[in-house]
Write a protein that binds this ligand. Sequence first.
Ligand code: F6P
Length: 581
Amino acid sequence: MPPVFFPDAEEPTSLRLPPPLVGKSGFSLMASASLISDTEPWKDLKEHVNEINKTHLRDLLNDVERSQSMMVENDGIILDYSRQRARLDTIDKLFKLAEAAQLRQKIDRMYNGEHINSTENRSVLHIALRAPRDKNFYSDGKSVVPDVWNVLDKIKDFSERVRNGSWVGATGKALKDVVAIGIGGSFLGPLFVHTALQTDPEAAECAKGRQLQFLANVDPVDVARNIKGLNPETTLVVVVSKTFTTAETMLNARTMREWISSALGPQAVAKHMVAVSTNLVLVEKFGIDPANAFAFWDWVGGRYSVCSAVGVLPLSLQYGFPTVEKFLNGASNIDAHFHSTPFEKNLPVLLGLLSVWNATFLGYPARAILPYSQSLEKFAPHIQQVSMESNGKGVSIDGIPLPFETGEIDFGEPGTNGQHSFYQLIHQGRVIPCDFIGAIRSQQPVYLKGEVVSNHDELMSNFFAQPDALAYGKTPEQLLLENVAAHLIPHKTFSGNRPSLSLLLPSLNAYNIGQLLAIYEHRIAVEGFIWGINSFDQWGVELGKVLASQVRKQLHVSRTKGEPVQGFNVSTTTLLTKYLE
Ligand code: F6P
């Protein structure tokens, strides 16, 4: 097939092969590297599963001392992991595993800015994005915190000017609507935080009269939904892309650029489009003034970028910078906790170790994220990317194929909606470890006269009840005592012994939302550190992109020159031909 020239299509620059796994001397590094599964603590835990299989949560929960020691608090956030299928000696064994995996050293290496993302030769420093001004985190010998604050100050200034009407659109109108274009890590985190802040009274007050929307999918339906009811004169478009090459984002950016320039003239783009990227050269090439570009850095992974300009810019435009600063402070609180708290009281460490226990040793492949809060409805979709893109790996960081599975299948919905959807399977079908997340205070309390409890108490009654239903279940003997008909007893029996953990937050303000985000980010890092994988690359998403680009080229030549489909297998050729007809 002759090469086809696409004027505006750019190949992802990240399409580089990882460095060969050969040491300087020419010997393969694989031979000397070892796997965590070869260590004694791992083998001990494997054996220990037989012990745990003899227990039932019904009995484990009778042990008051055990339950009390399985409750940990940090800054008002309580983690209760007493409903895990674990005894106190299980936790000790997990700490031994952490030691064998050099968890402490790996956390330190991350905080020291070492290039722990070895296949991309990068530091992993999203913690620096929320560091106080006077703290330092170093990458390649240079503190990155001053650069972070330069961008934060620029965002503060720009968002204030847009919000107070001193930055106006091409026709002199204030820009009250923002459309953030981005996908994956350049979308899911900001969407989660926006959805959570929307109903926080303090944040909502700051967002009065303003609108923030997200355009992610290249499906033209998503563009149509976004521009419905929008006036280009009052709209600011923020193009968010770490690489500024992602096909979907760039096509959506071109579509929105066309929407603005056809309504207001090409010169309007300068006033109505800004960008967030690590690739400022491509931002300028696209036609956005570099002065209106907000940088971040290659030491920020896409899925860990919500605290960079990726999230901070659109959220500051909507809620004002001071609200977003509270969110950053919450994340920073957990960063300090994760770095300095002994493992026994360390929320992300405990959560990460328990996830490894469930996924690898007990063999539960999935994990349900169940926030009892509608404002957290986009939390599970965000964590899905952070977790599954980070830990869905098949080889160790040294390139050795793993003899065990890593990662979990994450999914979730807010309670109580989920209860009326998939909980049947969780209670009587497959065993799926659950994260129950709740808040003591509602963002929007409602007390109806004459009702037994407030609406929030009603919601939280379920938050407290579900973990026990899963743990205790219901026996045939109990059903007999309740005079349940014999033929229904098997159907109404609940085996119980289904693990869950509960995270209770004081409330869901900007600060707590930042804490929740950082707890999960670090938990996922802990899991990867234990499994011995690289949680910070994502080579698995590249192949599909390459194949899509071949199809794109085929569609172009078939549509413009009438050339038949060629170079694909029978299945794809038939489908493509049908599509082109
Ligand atoms: O889906 C793959 C991915 O590279 C993610 O890791 C990333 O968050 C997303 O695409 C978007 O990338 P970018 O911000 O470069 O447009």
